[in-house]
Design a protein around this ligand. Structure first.
Ligand SMILES: *Cc1c(COP(=O)(O)O)cnc(C)c1O
Length: 384
């Protein structure tokens, strides 16, 4: 029944990995009204919509200020610049992440130092940190991968000892928390992405940096507008042009009103998957005690990953690989990196991970199809 026949006789809709259009459909009228408000006001860059959205995000995070920028990648670049990181400095992060985490380090001419991740949370392994830090280390980028918080307690303690900055890559972790503290408000900087499939998604690109120090908030504002400290007066080196625009900010304000419900829905869907797969030979995501996982991506592990992915594709179910190539295997990023130790977990994860469909408006019937198809795969592979 799951087969897609080209004749159309048994065709069923494919189950997408994510569906930002469907997630936003109930908000259509509100979004159109917000867009019309911006269009009619006639002020399109850095106006009241961005200021209002930045204020709401600052309150949500409990920080003195946030700064809307052009993308999640730019958020990381501006945070690195604001932290005083420059060419020749080293920044420690993981190889098992989205390429942009490391591309941002290269964009300012710094050297990425790539370390391994933990086998259960897939986030930075703090045991690898001490051996990776050196006299040139200026910052650590902690990635809250898939929506699970990285172990910031240990990371922050080491950073304090070495006098270096902690930058949180929160692109996949809007509203994730550790012991009730929201990520993005724990390190010196929090970097967010509003790419459409992130938990808080725009209708295009967008990003935001949070900072716990008001001086850093001010510095970030200057960096996003040509390094100007007052109109038409560039004083801060390396200033960029990278701003969240009014239209996206107005739309994000609408989406923010519905975020809690959508995150709850992600968590409920994740729970259902994990229960349904309990008896199968696959590893489901964990939520470490004290951590609040927001399931931007639901990533399982299987020794038979490739065969399982093919089986699901034949059943009309889209899957993803986050990520197929660790950073240390991507020529443009690896060439400039320093790799102080083995990346054993990173290497085997790349062979076993598989991302299953999960998004707030995912119909229950779709999730049942995914569960049934996964069960059918293991039933037949056992019988074989
Ligand atoms: C999406 C993402 C980024 C980049 O965000 P963009 O808005 O696409 O530039 C950076 N880091 C991680 C972990 C991401 O998932």
């Amino acid at each position: 029944m799951d087969d897609i026949s080209l004749s159309g006789l048994t065709a069923v809709n494919p189950v997408p990995l994510a569906d930002p259009r469907a997630d936003g459909a109930p908000l259509r009228e509100e979004i159109l009204a917000a867009a019309a408000r911006v269009l009619d006001r006639g002020w399109y860059v850095l106006g009241t919509e961005v200021a209002c959205f930045e204020q709401r995000m600052a309150e949500r995070l409990g920080v003195p200020g946030t700064v809307g920028v052009g993308s999640g990648t730019d958020a990381l670049v501006l945070a690195l610049l604001a932290a005083g990181v420059g060419a020749g400095d080293e920044v420690i992060t993981v190889s098992h992440t989205a390429g942009p985490t490391v591309a941002a380090i290269r964009m300012i001419g710094a050297t990425p130092v790539l370390i391994d991740v933990e086998a259960d949370t897939y986030c930075l392994d703090p045991a690898m940190l001490e051996g990776a830090a050196g006299s040139r280390t200026k910052a650590i980028i902690a990635v809250h991968l898939y929506g699970h918080p990285a172990p910031l307690g240990v990371i922050a303690a080491l950073a304090a000892r070495h006098g270096i900055a902690v930058i949180e890559d929160c692109a996949q972790a809007q509203d994730a928390a550790i012991d009730g503290r929201t990520v993005g408000a724990i390190g010196h900087f929090g970097c967010f992405s509003f790419y459409p499939t992130k938990n808080l998604g725009a209708i295009g690109d967008g990003g935001l940096v949070s900072a716990r120090d008001v001086k850093n908030v001010e510095r970030l504002r200057q960096l996003r507008t040509y390094g100007w400290t007052r109109p038409q007066f560039a004083e801060i080196p390396n200033g960029r042009c990278s701003r969240l625009d009014e239209l996206q900010a107005a739309i994000l304000s609408v989406k923010l009103d519905h975020l809690d419900r959508q995150v709850e829905r992600r968590r409920a869907l994740a729970r259902l998957y994990t229960e349904a797969f309990a008896a199968l030979p696959i590893v489901c995501p964990i939520e470490r005690s004290g951590c609040h996982h927001v399931y931007c991506l639901y990533v399982i592990r299987s020794r038979e990953r490739d065969a399982l992915a093919q089986h699901l594709e034949r059943a009309g179910i889209m899957t993803g690989l986050h990520y197929p190539f660790p950073v240390h295997e991507q020529p443009a990023l690896a060439a400039a990196a320093r790799i102080p130790g083995p990346l054993a977990v990173t290497d085997w994860l790349a062979r076993e991970i598989l991302t299953l469909p999960l998004y707030p408006s995912m119909p229950a019937a779709y999730q049942t199809r995914v569960v049934d198809a996964v069960r059918a795969f293991f039933a037949s592979s056992r019988a074989a």
